[in-house]
Design a protein around this ligand. Sequence first.
Ligand code: NDP
Ligand code: HSE
Length: 428
Amino acid sequence: MTTPFRIAIAGLGTVGSGVVKALAARGDDLSHRAGRALQITAMSARDKTRARGFEITGWRDDPLALADSDADVVVELIGGDEGIARSLVERALSNGKHVVTANKALLAKHGLALAKLAEDKGVSLKFEAAAAGGIPIVKVLREDLIAHGVDAVKGILNGTCNYILTEMEASGRSFADVLQEAQAKGYAEADPTLDVGGGDTAHKLCLLASLAFGTAPDLASVAVEGITHITADDIAFASEFGFRIKLLGVARRIGERIDQKVHPAMVRARGPLANVSGAANGVSVDAGEAGSFFFSGRGAGEAPTASAVIADIVEAAAEGDQPSPVFGRSAASLTRLEPADGKAQVTPWYLRFEVLDVPGVLAAIAGHLSEAGVSIESMIQRGRSPGEPVAIVMITHETAQAAVERALKAISASDKVRTRPCMIPMEA
Ligand code: NDP
Ligand code: HSE
């Protein structure tokens, strides 16, 4: 009889709890799929006394002790790109244990070194849950859409931001109010500025880019902008124009260069990305001659994330001492592509200015835009409040980002302009 596959779990919060509960509920079927009995042998978290709604097995006060236990796989669900999570993963791999993790921050920063370590030790390092929650996009890019190469990966990769933008549009509630709700539902990171500032999307994007293009994760070259400056007005204007605002991660291969960026974008209300709602994620992949593919589903929260973690545990058990390469190819073959000039890409832009309603302001804005070669397609000024701040919204013709930024820099210098102008690219 084969020996059980012993599982040590570090971190028993939203995701860790989901993993323990799913293993308890469906352990028999999952063991059949793995070809071995799956058995949790050790657990660790910060607070031993916390009620968690399940029985604790093999408690260790120190999560690092899991790396020295008799476990076959260490499941790291603590989080963070350094500290205990990094030490645990490194120690577990060094000790010849498979590792399953949902920690995109860690892999975005140290993915190449950890992949090398896993390879040297002949063990698995799996991270399906780290990008797009329950959507099996890591497996798709690692194993499935490989025949014709991938030209671009684009998607909504952060459930918290998508939940906030969806709820702000549907209910008109404030940003802060909806963020709190997303935290209560277990979608947000321990530090939610990673979500709303775009950092979490950047972590996921550089992992997907790595799988798609055969590059080492390159977080430093991702241009990142979050959603904290998006107002209820922007969302309402977008809806009037037939668009929705989504936080997108976009990675494109352009010849021997790579463009990776995270930013809010206006997507057409009838398109697939606009209809990814709440905490769901959506990812489109342009796979050369094979065509375009779109994947959507729950991107954050207990059950969808646990689903991806469990798939990895079962795969690691089934593969045994024949692990598949971490990023789909040997770590030594992962290349580095120079960043492309992402600001050269042309698109129409939504621009919003908060200005004092006094004579000459509009002419000055139009003048700076014209000087930078930015042509305006349409304009709205809502209401009139002489001497008070009002919003002026403009849609431009297709223009490079660099030109719009040049104009906005000049416009921002005016004392009639009250806040930093908002610029959002629009789907052409
Ligand atoms: P939680 O904050 O809910 O849980 C974190 C767990 O780690 C808790 O059990 C906590 O212990 C434990 N922990 C924290 N610090 C320490 C420490 N120093 N020593 C020991 N244990 C510690 O996080 P999530 O479950 O939401 O996230 C876990 C990982 O999964 C992160 O990498 C996250 O990015 C990733 N992820 C999360 C998703 C989600 O939807 N939540 C989706 C995809 C990935 P205690 O319970 O005692 O406080
Ligand atoms: N904080 C992340 C999100 C969790 O909101 O998408 C899933 O990775």
